[in-house]
Write a protein that binds this ligand. Structure first.
Ligand SMILES: [Fe+2]
Length: 269
């Protein structure tokens, strides 16, 4: 079994410090083999927010796989955003985390779905590069790993469909491509926890969203994260949610079947 802690939308700068401490304590207690962090480490891409992320990473007792989110570029300094959008992410996050990892028969890859600018008004939305995704799926096809996982910040499938903040460009196309070669796709951005199955040729790929991990600026559900135990027959997902007093508590456990017979889409709230 390989244990994953899946977090997203940490948003250092608006973090609940008690939840940060509790998450670190839970990492020591539950001993994940890897922490997969699906973007939006900072609130506004500021230096001190990246420094807080760095201090957090330094205290985690597991390797980290990280991918950037739309908040990880300077959100208020347009020139810096256009000239070197990922400078701070590369300097701070990439120095402490990896963009890919193979561990215990599990291959984890990441994909940057955030953009410095777009030909649409809302630059916070996701965009999947078709050439990058084709390269990834080709690597997954060649892989001998028993379980293949992709993480990107923006959702490819979402409970409400490709509307609102889930309008990831080429998202549905990417979901269809990944479902053929991948077992789990771990995302963030919506601050919404869910697990959606997509079945192809007898195997099921699960698209899993995480709530915001630490942000005090929540939307419709409290901060939380997912523990995913990767197993041969069916994965086990335990969703932890904040109790409102600085503690994460397990609130739902679901079985994610790997093949035929996948249950209906799941929402954790
Ligand atoms: Fe985001």
């Amino acid at each position: 079994m390989t244990r994953i802690f899946h977090i997203a939308d940490l948003h250092f700068g608006t973090e609940d410090k008690a939840l940060v401490e509790n998450f670190i304590a839970l990492c020591h207690r539950h001993k994940p083999d890897v922490v997969i962090a699906a973007g939006d480490f900072t609130q506004n891409g500021r230096k001190h927010e990246f420094e807080a992320t760095k201090a957090f990473f330094a205290r985690l007792p597991a390797p980290i796989v990280a991918t950037p989110g739309n908040h990880d570029t300077p959100t208020r300094a347009l020139l810096a955003r256009l000239i070197h959008p990922w400078k701070r992410f590369r300097t701070v996050i990439e120095a402490m985390a990896q963009d890919a990892l193979v561990i215990g028969g599990v291959q984890i890859e990441s994909l940057n779905s955030a953009r410095r600018a777009q030909m649409r008004l809302d630059w916070s939305l996701g965009d999947i590069s078709k050439s990058d995704l084709t390269q990834l799926t080709s690597e997954f096809r060649k892989s001998s790993a028993q379980t293949r996982i992709l993480t990107c910040h923006h959702p490819l499938l979402a409970p409400s469909g490709p509307t609102g903040r889930a309008r990831t460009r080429h998202g549905l196309w990417a979901a269809d491509q990944l479902a053929q070669v991948c077992d789990l796709v771990l995302t963030g951005h919506l601050h919404e926890s869910f697990a959606l199955p997509l079945k192809t040729k007898g195997q099921t790929c699960w698209f899993i969203g995480a709530s915001t991990a630490f942000s005090a600026r929540t939307r419709d559900e409290p901060p939380g994260f997912n523990q995913i135990d990767v197993r041969p027959e069916a994965h086990r997902l335990i969703h932890f949610a904040s109790d409102g007093q600085g503690q994460f508590l397990p609130v739902k456990t679901v079985k994610l079947a790997r093949s035929a017979g996948a249950p209906h889409p799941l929402n954790f709230q």
